[in-house]
Design a binder for this molecule. Structure first.
Ligand SMILES: [Zn+2]
Length: 70
């Protein structure tokens, strides 16, 4: 019986190709340091393919919540 997890599939393959292309950071501290140096907004995330960290410029929301200044 071939169990196919419904949540993986295409997303997993996409991540694999992204993983191959992207720079990898061995740990979160390295990733954060790269984020700090970047001139654009980046997010780091743990990759479930290689177990390391990548950066992405994609953010789920276009607006970054900023504190309201009175
Ligand atoms: Zn990866």
């Amino acid at each position: 019986m071939a169990a196919s997890p419904s949540t993986a599939g295409i997303d997993l393959r996409t991540r694999l190709s992204i993983c191959a292309k992207k720079a990898r950071y061995a740990n979160e501290a390295d990733a954060l340091s790269a984020v700090a140096k970047a001139t654009i907004t980046l997010r780091h995330y743990a990759c479930d393919r290689c177990g390391q960290f990548h950066l992405t410029s994609r953010t789920k929301s276009k607006r970054i919540p900023r504190p309201v200044t009175p």
